[in-house]
Design a protein around this ligand. Structure first.
Ligand SMILES: NC(=O)c1ccc[n+]([C@@H]2O[C@H](COP(=O)([O-])OP(=O)(O)OC[C@H]3O[C@@H](n4cnc5c(N)ncnc54)[C@H](OP(=O)(O)O)[C@@H]3O)[C@@H](O)[C@H]2O)c1
Length: 294
């Protein structure tokens, strides 16, 4: 691990926009390597490494936040009009910085529904949901920004504090069966570490502008829920058929069930050589299980 630090160098200064679940994990991981990392939030925090950025209220960071910045990661979703909040508010500031790298967290929703077929970066995006069309629009804005952008397309993100265990605890779990339906997913630690791996090896690896970050084993939701109940030593509630559950699901939840795809990580893990920490949901959930026992 410390090897990453020395190669990344502590002369680098990172700004992480949108320090929610993935952004704060990335920031925390980088800090362990001795990098300077400043994190944005929409509300003021006591932490001196946090700054306020809220595109909807026009609250932008002060000039000193940008001093010496070399790297930026944006983890902020599109705004309600489908524009990118960071570019909308700060594009000209960013263009005046001597940036080495800009990362953008996107979603695999841009691929649309492939009826369970594998999707890779060479497939044409075919967004089905309106929110995925907005996302593709933001990707396009970043790609056309002339900044040194790298886009990471992510499936369902989980990790300690945000996993099926929390859903079970909060009684939010519905055991739904839909024939042949799979979901892809990624542990938050692999998002952070994959990005750091690519940065560390930037000079020896071919640069790819769009990279999927997913684990090796897309699978049904039931398998995941069953595995969590097994680890907890509890009996899984009974299964409901999707057609019977559908009308009780929120529009957002329904939207996840009407798309079915397997996200390929071959570019990241075979071509570029990143070794996943959690290669499948079992490995990742064991880590989450340890966390809930603390
Ligand atoms: N969750 C998933 O399963 C999933 C899957 C694929 C892709 N993604 C995408 O990947 C990215 C990271 O996901 P995540 O789940 O880690 O995100 P998250 O926890 O929801 O965090 C999003 C961050 O964006 C900030 N933000 C939102 N709107 C903003 C605005 N208008 N101005 C300034 N800041 C704003 C939030 O600020 P505050 O901290 O102040 O709330 C928060 O820190 C997001 O773009 C997400 O849509 C998520």
């Amino acid at each position: 691990m410390m090897d990453h630090a020395s190669s990344l160098g502590n002369k680098n200064k990172f700004l992480v926009f949108g320090c929610g679940f993935s952004g704060s994990y990335f920031a925390k991981t980088l800090k362990q390597f001795g990098c300077t990392v400043l994190e944005s939030s929409r509300s003021k925090k006591k932490d001196p490494n946090c700054f306020v950025f809220d595109s909807t209220k026009n609250v932008v960071p002060s000039e000193e936040v940008f001093d010496g910045v070399t790297h930026i990661l944006s983890c902020i979703p599109p705004d309600k009009n489908g524009n990118d909040p960071v570019l909308e508010s700060l594009k000209s500031e960013l263009k005046n910085l001597p940036l080495e790298w800009v990362g953008y967290l996107s979603t695999t929703g841009v691929y649309g529904n492939t009826q369970g077929e594998w999707v890779s970066e060479i497939d044409m995006p075919n967004p089905f949901q309106q929110r995925s069309q907005k996302r593709l629009n933001c990707e396009k804005e970043w790609l056309e920004s002339d900044l040194p952008v790298q886009i990471f397309r992510l499936p369902g993100i989980y990790g300690p504090g945000r996993s099926t265990f929390e859903a079970i605890k909060n009684q939010k779990v519905r055991v739904i069966f839909k024939k042949d339906q799979v979901f892809s997913r990624i542990h938050v630690a692999d998002i952070a570490n994959a990005i750091i791996y690519l940065l560390k090896n930037k000079h020896s690896l071919k640069f790819h502008q769009i990279i999927n970050v997913a684990d090796d084993e897309p699978c049904s939701q039931i398998e995941v829920i069953q595995y969590c109940y097994d680890l907890l030593g509890l009996k899984m509630p009974k299964t409901i058929l999707y057609k019977d559950a559908k009308n009780e699901l929120s529009p957002m939840a329904q939207s996840f069930w009407i798309e079915n795809r397997r996200v390929s990580n071959k570019l990241l893990c075979k071509t570029l050589g990143y070794k996943l920490i959690y290669k499948n949901y079992k490995e990742g959930l064991k880590n989450c299980f340890l966390n809930i026992q603390k």
